[in-house]
Write a protein that binds this ligand. Sequence first.
Ligand code: PEP
Ligand code: MG
Length: 844
Amino acid sequence: MQKNGSDIQDAVRITPTAPVHVATHGGRAKCLQRLVRLELPVPRTVALSFDAVLGIANGVMPDLDAILAEFPDDALLCVRPSSEDPDWGGPGAILNIGVNDACYVDLCDQLGREAAAAIYLRFVQSYAVHVARLDPDVFEDVEDGGPDALVEILHAYEAETDESFPQNRSEQLGAVLRSMARAWEGTSARLLRQARGAPADAGLGLVVQQMMPGLGQGVCGSGVLQLVNSNTGEPQITGRYLSQSQGRDALGAGASAMFLAKDPRGTSLEETAPEAFEELKTHAALMRRRLREEMQAEFVIQDGRVHILDGVRVQRSARGGLRMAVGLAEDNIIPPQEAVMRIDAHSLNELLHRQVAPDARRDVIGDGIAASPGAATGRLVFTSAEAQASASRGEDCVLVRRETSPEDVRGMHASVAVLTEKGGMTSHAAVIGRGLGLPCIVGANSIRFDPRRKRLRAADGRVFRAGDLITIDGSTGQVLAGEPAMIEAAQDGAFQTLMGWADEARDISIRTNADTPRDATTARNFDAQGIGLCRTEHMFFDPGRLTVMQEMIFAETPSGRAAVLARLLPMQRDDFRELFRIMEGTPVCIRLFDLPLHEFLPTSQSGQRELSEALGLPVSEVTRRVEELGEYNPMLGLRGVRLGVTVPEIYDMQARAIFEATLEASEEGAPVVPEIMIPLVSAKREVEMVKARIDSVAAAVRLERGREFDYRLGVMVETPRAALRADEIATHAAFLSFGTNDLTQMTYGLSRDDAGRFMSEYVRQGVFPEDPFHVLDVDGVGELLKLGVQRGREANPDVTLSICGEHGGNPESIAFCRRAGFDYVSCSPFRVPVARLAAAQLAI
Ligand code: PEP
Ligand code: MG
């Protein structure tokens, strides 16, 4: 064997000690060496290094005689690719190298004429198409694989090339190696692998292996076997076996392939060749144990004897992958922490929500921002009223709106999924959709929305009307026509086990953003360690309550407002008591009202009509008042603490409701220490003013009830100024919670409700690497967070620091938060497991 300058051998026979490495010879070569070390019956193999293959592509052929000397003179060979990562692809395997006219005669004697012809024919076909690059139509379209076809195809080769088919094994091998090496260097192969994450200079190794024909006398055939089900990850012997076959024929053989284990639906290898079957199982189990992974064994049975050609990592669904990792750890093959590391945190979404089946046909109508994961099918409805009517008929529906507002929340509750034309990751529909675990796509501007005529027009011109069946895939952002096959959510025992291991490793807490008892229950079931953000205004999205909230916004006189607040107080008190009960003594952080007015003003005629009835005013008067209260830029208008400062009795009522609920809940269980959070602060004075009033409400409640309680008052940092002035703000705060939704909006000067219009274009053109409402902008918003953390901690070393924007559920953003020294992150309930796993992986 040749050596080049380094100690990497260009072509090396794979033995237990040969210098074969993934980085020099590729993953397949390395895996074969591991199989050889396990003393599995692997046919003799020579590995060619990346350098050798690059040399071949550039016209420098290794010593072929030396390679061939490693094999018996009459052995047929195959060549297969061995890139560093199998996902990067590579040229297809070429089998039966070495067959020629003389060999054919011998094979006829040894294996029979049919088998010999099939072997020769297969090689001529692949050689003609992939090596000589002749017209595939001429060579691939062969009716039967018998001796007549062989004669015909050899003639065709001569006719196309004016040469007879090469007979020399060395010449054949050289040509095959050259064609595979050059295929790897071709532009399309290069682009394809780079799209799959390969570096520009990714190398290709090749393995030359002695063929076991899989054809001939006795039990002969080929197949694949694995010990687990790819979809579920449950132990189950699966695979295919095809008698008298080679390569991966068994996989494409449909009904003619055999089952491996006994199966009522047809014959099995277990019945046909029980000893070979037993041997295969033993080999596969050894591979699993020693390679520390669920492996698929590629095998050939030749005259009853088993040969292992290769081992590849079992293909797997997200669910299957999790079950496999847990299974390996439970069998003490890998440590639990390694099982935790093997699962992609993003992939948990597939277990938490229903999904479109991976093999389902997707008839895509259009796409938008994947705002809330999971998939659901329903009939198109264009108003919340229709959604409710549909739900009362027991019919699943998809609510389509230009954008949603609190008036639509009832409709969202009644729908199985939501689609909006406008919006971004943190717009109303997206936040509510994630809270409810409802698949949601926003910013779907590739589709034309025509709510007035109740129809959607797809980019390809198709029109979908109210009542038509569509599917929202909130995991990919695709809107699909009809009802593709789905797979159900499954948080089984393996999921729970893995999450338990994750929690043991984690060193940052995970709380949840929960506004209602339903959200809190979901999050508690996912083991959230408290509520990091309860958006109290969202408690009024419920049917019947929205109007009370609107009445409060509309109240003009102090007495009118006092009357509405008196009605709100018991509602809030009950809500809070319920949250404290569900959260069982874990911290509950309640944000005082933050009312971006536009989200709560009734825009629809029906909403205005309902309000006019509640207020006893003419509709025209309500319309006038809505216009009056309208703001040019409501996200930057009278909201958050500005409301608390200008109309303080609203926060007084909320503080009282919290304290009364605290006392009541503490009677029922462990003492509750509520956290009260002031939103949209930008100046120290705002905090001082609100704090003074809340402290006096606390004093009043203590006096009235004759009982003590504690509470923690904190500030939501969501304006750039609050981050910059975190030091003076932190001196008045027990905690600072960074609201990265608004902070991102204000740092970029980018409306969170309108970003969806152009965000995908911005990301496509590389202006932004990611949607900053989805993945935290570490460079810009992150700088503000770091400043805020540093200044806040310096001024108040005991201050608790957290984020509660939507980024709290994003693994990349959690990594930043952990580095920056946050105590916890808070995210919507269904993202809690994703956050728990991502945080654990950072700590391992
Ligand atoms: C935020 O701004 O990050 C936040 C959590 O609050 P909201 O989304 O309610 O504005
Ligand atoms: Mg905010």
